[in-house]
Each structure stands twice: as C-alpha cells, then as structure tokens.
Design a protein around this ligand. Structure first.
Ligand SMILES: [Zn+2]
Length: 433
C-alpha cells in the first residue's frame, strides 16, 4: 500500500483544505485527518473548531480497539497519538484502511460518527470472554487467530491490567488459560473504585463446574498442581520490626526490601569474602598502615562488621589513603577460613597501662609505662563464635610482639565478651589501657 492523500474540501490547493493521509508502516497503516489549516481559518473567523465530544469519544474507541487488535496480531511496540483538534490519527490494520478513511470523512463532513463506532465494534476483541474465570482451552482458528504464543502474550498483558494472574500455557494450536484474581488486587480495586471505574470481581467466587475441562499436561513443571487449590490465607500479626538484628542492622525492611541487610548479615555470619587475587601465604595476615591498599581496604571492610554490630560511630580501621607510618604501629590481624575473613583484631602499641585483677568493680592498679601491644577491638564472625577464634587472635598478637598473652593490654572500656575472653586467657589479671 502506497502513501496517499484524500482531500475533503472542494479546492485541494487551498491551504485551509482538510485532508486525510494514509501512511503505511511495517505493522499497520496510519490514517490521519489533517485539520490544521481548517482550524486556523476557523479560529481567525472566531469560530471554535474543537471536535465535538461524541466525535472525540468515537475516535478514542477506535484507537483503543485498533491498538488491541494490532497487539493481538503481534505488533510489539506502542502508540503515541497527539491530542487536540488539529490532527486526528488512527493506527489501523491494513484491512480496515478504507473503512477508517470513510469513517473519518463522514465524521468530519456530516458529523456522523456511526462509521467510527462501527469500526470500533469490528476491531473490538472479546477480551472479557477470554479472561472469564475458570480453566479453559482457547483454540486457534475458533476462539482466536494469532499464533498461540503471540496470543498468550497479549492475554497476559490484558490480564495484568485487570489485576489478574493468568495461569496460561500455549500449545501448538491452542492456549490454556485460568485467570484468577489475587486478593491484594481485589482489595486494591475495591478500595479505589475511582481509579478502576466499572470494575467487577467475576473471579473470586468462581466455582469450577464438574464438567470443566481438565488441563492435560501441556509442558511446564507445576502447571496443574495448583488447579482447584484454595488460596493461602493471610493474618495480621505484630511484625518484629523496629528492633535490631544481631548483626546490628535494623530488622525493618529498608527501601530495597532488605537486600542490604541480607548482604551485610551474610558477611557478619560467615565473614568478609576475600578476593581471589589477594595472595594469602598463611591463615593470618598482619595488615599495617603501610600495607598494599587491597589489604588495607579489606581490613576497612571487615571493620564495618563490629562497627555496625556495636553501633560505634567510627570504624576501628581507617587507613585507606597513602601508605603511612604510625607512631604506635597500628595494625590489624585478619584470620581467614573458607575464603572469608572470620576474625579481626585491631591493635597498636602503647606504654600507658594499669593492672586489673578482672574482678568486677575492683579498681585498677598503679600506672606502668612498659611498651605493650594493645587490643583495640576483637571481632569474630557470627557463625564462628565460641570456637576460640578470639583467643587465637590474641595469642597471635602476643607472639607477633614477642611477649606472653598475659603481657597484652586491653583498651578500656572492655566489652562484656572482651572481659570473658580476657578471663579465659589470663585468669590472674590483665593490663588495661
Ligand atoms: Zn542481621
């Protein structure tokens, strides 16, 4: 079909002449009534050239029905129509081009919209019948004409717009469908009738009759296992929100449905994943403020775990800039297991200590200025607690410094779990700083 123009007024050369243009595209033809000059001329004379409501309503009907028909035929795109009275464009199947031209012509010249109405009727599809409740087999050539896969895709789109879930499957020559209405969609539509005018629930109360067809196995895995099932019931309970998880994150669902918490919680439980290209020569790595950046970043990542868990304002590792020497030899001990850092001890050296006998409320002893390694923080991944990982880290710190475990100093305030660890390692008493 070639492009052509039909003039509606007597003098086709006149700029005010209304014309209908037919333009073919790959999937359909556009039939466009051009009233641009006509509207200009009318408004110059002070006349309104708006489309009467009956006219624009009929145009809308044709547009909606034609769009459905083209999607049903497999057209994968969308449509954009200009509003207003200067151009009236219809996208129609090729078979309806002549009817569309004629319908627009009589609507424009004779104010007779029956042609448009009839066209809309002819294009309309029995979507309501297709989406009726119950299990059904729609047969190609009888109930519909598009290829079954195309038809099913079209029906799915229609079902979704009606809030329906379509349990559907295409066979070689038919489509099996069972539209159901999820309770949430029903509730939504009943709560907002203004947004869904004319909506009626035909699905919730549907009871399959005894002679309803039974869907044979037509591919797919669990397709018939939900047939005639009763829906899951929901109850309202007080959800455990507002409190914190053991990992330190809030249990309240965040904006990305708890994804961030899930990721963090996994790291808190099993440790922080170690990149494969980081060459570990043993199980324990001593990271200093002069180590390669990948190591210092790993320490920084692990330090987030105790920070979150204990709600500290600062991370116990912050050296992720240029390598730099620190006066007090700041370092981190990272213990690896199963490809993850499962234990972390942040340490530095200091010469300000007091002895403590580990008895609750007992005062600290006299100041001592021997240089000792000081534990700033010990953290063990959730799944590895109570397995002497913390003790291993403290021993490593002592060995690394060349002292005994009893010489290690603990930074105050010591947490409850820290005190327990200290009692296990040096029951006679410890140094605090
Ligand atoms: Zn958690």
């Amino acid at each position: 079909m070639s492009e052509r123009t039909i003039h509606l007024d007597a003098d086709p050369g006149d700029w005010r002449c209304r014309k209908i243009r037919v333009r073919p595209t790959r999937w359909y033809a556009t039939v466009e009534l051009d009233r641009d000059g006509y509207v200009d001329a009318a408004s110059r004379r002070g006349h309104a050239a708006e489309l009467p409501t009956l006219y624009s309503d009929a145009v809308e009907k044709v547009r909606g029905a034609a769009a459905d028909r083209l999607w049903y035929d497999g057209f994968p795109g969308g449509f954009v129509w200009s509003s207003g009275s200067r151009w009236v464009a219809l996208s129609v199947p090729y078979a309806e081009v002549e009817a569309a031209v004629e319908a627009l012509r009589v609507a424009e010249l004779d104010h007779d919209y029956s042609g448009l109405e009839a066209l809309a009727c002819r294009l309309a599809l029995p979507v309501d019948d297709w989406l009726a409740p119950g299990e059904r087999e729609l047969v190609r050539g009888v109930d519909f004409h598009s290829p079954p896969g195309v038809f099913l895709r079209f029906l799915r789109g229609k079902a979704k717009r009606s809030g329906l879930r379509l349990n559907g499957r295409a066979t070689a020559g038919s489509v099996w469908v069972r539209p159901t209405l999820p309770p949430a969609q029903k509730e939504l539509r009943e709560k907002l009738p203004g947004r869904y005018p004319g909506w009626v629930d035909r699905w919730s109360g549907h009871v399959a009759s005894d002679d309803a067809p039974f869907r044979p196995w037509v591919g797919g895995r669990d397709q018939d296992l939900s047939c005639r099932a009763t829906p899951v019931r929901f109850r309202t309970v007080l959800p455990p929100v507002g409190s914190d998880c053991r990992c330190g994150m809030s249990l309240k669902e965040d904006w990305n449905s708890g994804r961030e918490h899930a990721d963090h919680h996994a790291a808190w439980t099993f440790g922080v994943r170690v990149a494969k290209n980081l060459g570990w020569l043993g199980d324990l790595a001593v990271v200093t403020t002069q180590s390669p950046i990948a190591w210092r970043k790993l320490a920084y990542k692990v330090a987030r775990m105790p920070q979150k868990e204990n709600h500290y304002d600062f991370r116990s590792w912050s050296h992720i800039g240029e390598p730099e020497e620190t006066e007090d030899n700041v370092r981190a001990y990272l213990l690896k297991a199963n490809g993850h850092v499962i234990g972390y001890l942040a340490a530095r050296d200091t010469g300000h200590h007091r002895p403590w006998d580990l008895v609750d409320d007992s005062p600290y002893g006299d100041a001592d200025d021997t240089l000792r390694p000081q534990i700033s923080l010990v953290w063990v991944a959730g799944a590895y607690r109570r397995q002497r990982v913390g003790a291993t880290l403290v021993k490593a710190l002592a060995d690394d410094f060349g002292s005994s475990v009893a010489e290690v100093s603990w930074s105050t305030p010591i947490s409850e779990s820290g005190t327990q660890l200290a009692r296990r390692l040096s029951p006679e008493g410890i140094w605090v700083s």
